[in-house]
Design a protein around this ligand. Structure first.
Ligand code: IMP
Length: 427
């Protein structure tokens, strides 16, 4: 058996889609194990740019089994939009499998997501408003509706009726909003069920079979370590466990099935939505990175907050995920900068620390400790071998590797598949 998991080490948007797409070439099975349509993976392939939200990046290759497993919250409208979009571009989706155990997003989840954010005012999380949090809340409250329920019309009707009664009370009495009608929603979801039926399966069984046959399985993380519900900068996190540990519960495989762990690190930091961001740059350098890196959200179009690379964040993620390799992305975005800084720890109450405190108050008091690097100030987008990178760029990367005690496995210097240097053997 050979398996690998690709996780984000920062706050998402590290370029996981590109790394997964690259590794998917030698994978037999590609699995999305957490999150939902809040994710946005941009992949360049066949000379085109694809924006994926729910579909695993492996869909762009022929003959890969692509799995949306139980840990994902599935918006039927969105997945069908993506499937039909792929089909229209001539991409075969017949190898897609969706878990019977995945929870289903309904319009009331999205409405409550937006209303709750609005009610939080200045304390809002800055969610993608895709209904992620409310759907996972229903899952943990044990009132959620699963994909298997979509295939049982009577069950679906009963569950939707009970849920709608409750949600409509919340909508009308708590938020003074419009209620939803049962019948049209029920009919709509029956229709979705018919369209999704060919893809629905027990994906945990499929995975176990493939692992037994020693097939190459790639687990594709969405979001990132610091958006993890348990280990991220709570409450400014998502509602799932995107870390490598989330693979076991999110895909229904044993811890022994999680092989090589690859942490994707953007060569600088970005964050969308609210929440602590110690190395944020609210100046012309932040602006330069945003413009040069086109740092605007794939899912919401929001401008991303930009800042220096935080090695303390990456080190914490390396330990949390047991990283074997770092996959560095977007190094070329730093090409023009004369000086590049890397945060190596923080000053908190006069002490030097290199971990991320849980308390938001403490996080707010953390002052970054920076190391400065001379910028390489040359175009690296055509470099194809690590040894050919400018010395100054290698110095920056190797310092990160040392600080995080993790080998450099992949370096990416542009969006296309060709602009990827691989220094490790994964499959
Ligand atoms: P939610 O997942 O929509 O509930 O949003 C919670 C937080 O996670 C917000 O700060 C979002 O901006 C952030 N978030 C969710 N998905 C992604 C992603 O794929 N990339 C970056 N940030 C994300």
């Amino acid at each position: 058996m050979s398996s690998a998991v690709v996780v984000g080490t920062q706050w998402g948007d590290e370029g996981k889609g590109k790394i997964v797409d690259y590794l998917a070439e030698n994978a037999d099975v590609v699995v999305r194990y957490s999150g939902g349509s809040n994710a946005g993976h941009t992949v360049m392939a066949h000379g085109k740019t694809y924006k994926l939200h729910l579909l695993p990046s492996g869909i762009l290759y022929k003959n890969k089994i692509c799995i949306i497993s139980n840990g994902v919250v599935l918006d039927p409208e969105k997945i069908l939009e993506e499937i039909n979009g792929m089909k229209a571009q001539g991409i075969d989706t017949s190898n897609l499998r969706i878990s019977t155990r995945a929870h289903v997003i309904f319009p009331y989840h999205k409405a409550i997501d937006a209303l709750q954010e609005n009610a939080l005012g200045a304390n809002k999380i800055g969610t993608t408003q895709k209904g992620i949090g409310p759907c996972y809340s229903d899952k943990t409250s044990r009132v959620g509706i699963r994909v298997c329920d979509l295939l049982e019309p009577k069950e679906l009707y009963e569950k939707l009726k009970v849920n709608l009664e409750f949600k409509n009370n919340v909508l009308t009495k708590l938020y003074n909003a419009e209620p939803f009608e049962l019948e049209p929603m029920y009919q709509q979801y029956l229709q979705y069920a018919q369209e999704l039926k060919p893809y629905i399966a027990d994906t945990s069984l499929i995975l176990q079979e493939n692992l037994k046959k020693k097939k190459n399985v790639l687990f594709e993380g969405a979001q990132a370590s610091f958006l993890d519900l348990d280990h991220g900068t709570y409450p400014y996190v998502t509602s799932s466990n995107p870390i490598a540990g989330g693979v076991c519960t999110g895909a229904g495989v044993s811890p022994k099935a999680v092989g090589t762990t690859i942490g994707v690190v953007k060569a600088y930091s970005t964050r969308v939505g609210e929440g602590p961001f110690i190395t944020e740059l609210n100046d012309h350098i932040g602006e330069h990175i945003r413009e040069r890196g086109h740092e605007f959200g794939t899912t919401t179009g929001r401008p991303r907050r930009c800042g220096w690379l935080d090695a303390a964040v990456v080190k914490y993620a390396a330990n949390l995920n047991g990283l074997d390799y770092l996959a560095i992305t977007r190094l070329d975005i730093l090409d023009e900068l004369p000086i590049i800084k890397m945060c190596v720890g923080y000053k908190l109450n006069g002490q030097k620390i290199d971990y991320i405190p849980a308390s938001l108050n403490e996080l707010a008091q953390c002052e970054p400790i920076y190391e400065e690097f001379e910028g390489w100030q040359e175009d690296i987008t055509n470099v194809r071998k690590y040894k050919d990178l400018p010395k100054k760029a290698k110095k920056y990367l190797e310092r990160l590797s040392k600080l995080t005690n993790t080998e450099l496995g992949i370096v990416s210097v542009g969006p296309s598949r060709e602009q990827t240097m691989i220094m490790c053997d994964i499959f």
